[in-house]
Write a protein that binds this ligand. Structure first.
Ligand code: DX5
Ligand code: ZN
Length: 220
């Protein structure tokens, strides 16, 4: 992919002003909107679910990239499709029947992604890599925004890029957690296609400018 994609995460927005956050995304260089769903079981936090996504969908002009940090995602895949998910990503660690989960997501008409925690190795993806549209490499432990990027992620990105090249897989590599204009170029150079950014966008005084800076840094 030539141009890196930027996917701001709604998790870091002011939930009293979600419409304003969607407006910001619509009027920015953002490519996707990243939506973090947490269940308090897989991760030690609870965020939001289908009703918020359905409301956002009415206004958003960008791709809705839904990151499910929940157990038993197969129970809700159809509901997330109905709410407006364009891409649905499930965690490797929550899916003993990952191949079936991926097929279900595709059959519902969404792009299918697999997310891996920091401790999960790239080798685990060997038998699924050609079936997925996206691999989401967590560069923090999932559950909270505002954490620091784990440097070991760079090595994993290089390994994943190699696996994709060797297998001819079409999957995009998305990276999530602790990303700002300071490390965007390094992450892209290590192999990433899509950068998720929460606090570095919505914590900035001018989020539209922060998105533009992130994109410029990623292209450097
Ligand atoms: C963390 C979420 C991330 C989070 C990123 O579990 O998956 O998408 O919103 O936030 P920052 O960019 O603040 O690390
Ligand atoms: Zn996320």
């Amino acid at each position: 992919m030539s141009t890196p994609y930027i996917a701001p995460s709604l998790l870091a927005a002011d939930f009293l002003h979600i419409a304003q956050a969607v407006d910001i995304i619509n009027n920015s260089e953002a490519d996707w909107l990243h939506l973090d769903v947490m269940d308090g079981r897989f991760v030690p936090n609870i965020s939001f679910g289908m009703p918020i996504i359905a409301a956002v969908k009415k206004m958003i002009k960008k791709t809705c990239d839904v990151h499910l940090m929940i157990v038993e995602p197969e129970k809700y895949a159809a509901d997330f499709k109905k709410a407006g998910a364009d891409i649905l990503t499930v965690h490797y660690e929550t899916c003993p029947h990952l191949h079936r989960n991926i097929q279900q997501i595709k059959d519902l008409g969404m792009k299918a992604g697999v997310a891996i925690n920091p401790h999960t190795t790239i080798g685990q993806l060997e038998n699924i890599i050609t079936d997925v549209d996206l691999i989401l490499v967590m560069s923090v432990n999932p559950g909270f925004g505002g954490q620091s990027f784990i440097p070991q992620t760079y090595q994993k990105l290089r390994q994943l890029r190699k696996l994709i090249n060797e297998t001819g897989a079409k999957a995009l590599i998305e990276v999530d957690g602790g990303i700002s204009a300071h490390n965007a170029a390094d992450i892209i150079h290590a192999g990433a296609d899509v950068l998720v950014a929460g606090s570095s966008v919505f914590g900035a005084p001018d989020p539209v400018k922060a998105i533009a800076e992130l994109k410029a840094a990623a292209m450097a």
